[in-house]
Design a protein around this ligand. Structure first.
Ligand code: SF4
Length: 217
């Protein structure tokens, strides 16, 4: 979508205010995936590829009763795990990734979920985005998660001109203060779901409309 650009000043002068206003507008902005442990968090994020958080929560509600430790994912035949995660889609690939990840957790990490990005990305089927989400939730963000909302809002807010998520993340890392790396994507995601909608952004009710070059008001 081609959008009119207004003059709002350099992004470095706007970023603090953007974060603070979003934090005030969305105090409940946290990860929507439900989990009660590091392991459940990792599994939920892995299952969330190509599906909705609501769908994952529906599946993990029963999954996490049956599978409590890494060993539990390896104790059942692969087909049984595939059946148990079927509703999240891409179930064969996801089951393979889960089994590979659990085996590596047991072999190399004493059954614990590592916190560092470079360790997380070594787990089978754990891409950089998944690793970023997990590291951030475990309190050690080492990058900024870029999903479809983060990408759209960063572009509209004039925080990046890039299209590629890796390049967008590079721009955001230079701009967003390190202590905000964890919450920042959640703020954009919730603002993107509630106000800055993909097709019809509600600029008239947006707390950023005087700071946004794409504002329609
Ligand atoms: S809703 Fe409008 S003013 Fe707010 S961030 Fe989106 S495009 Fe900018």
């Amino acid at each position: 979508m081609q959008e009119a650009r207004r003059r709002v000043g350099p992004k470095r002068a706007r970023i603090r205010e953007i974060i603070d206003r979003l934090a005030a507008a969305h105090p409940d902005a946290t990860i929507a995936l439900r989990s009660r442990s590091d392991l459940e968090l990792l599994v939920a994020v892995m299952l969330s590829a190509q599906t909705t958080d609501v769908n994952v929560n529906r599946v993990t509600e029963t999954l996490f009763v049956k599978y409590r430790r890494p060993e539990d994912y390896l104790a059942v035949p692969p087909e049984e795990l595939e059946r148990d995660i079927f509703a999240t889609g891409f179930f064969r690939q996801k089951a393979k990734s889960l089994r590979g990840t659990m085996a590596m957790l047991l072999e190399e990490f004493d059954g614990q979920v590592p916190r560092r990005l470079e360790e997380l990305v070594r787990l089978p089927g754990v891409a950089r985005k998944t690793a970023n989400v997990v590291a951030a939730e475990l309190g050690e963000p080492q990058g900024i998660v870029v999903d479809t909302h983060v990408r759209r809002l960063s572009q509209r807010l004039g925080l990046t001109r890039e299209e590629d998520p890796v390049k967008i993340e590079r721009d955001l890392i230079k701009l967003v203060p390190r202590e905000d790396w964890g919450p920042f994507p959640h703020l954009l995601i919730w603002h993107g779901r509630r106000v800055c909608l993909a097709r019809m952004p509600r600029c008239e009710e947006c707390v950023l409309n005087d700071l946004c070059p794409a504002s329609r008001v």
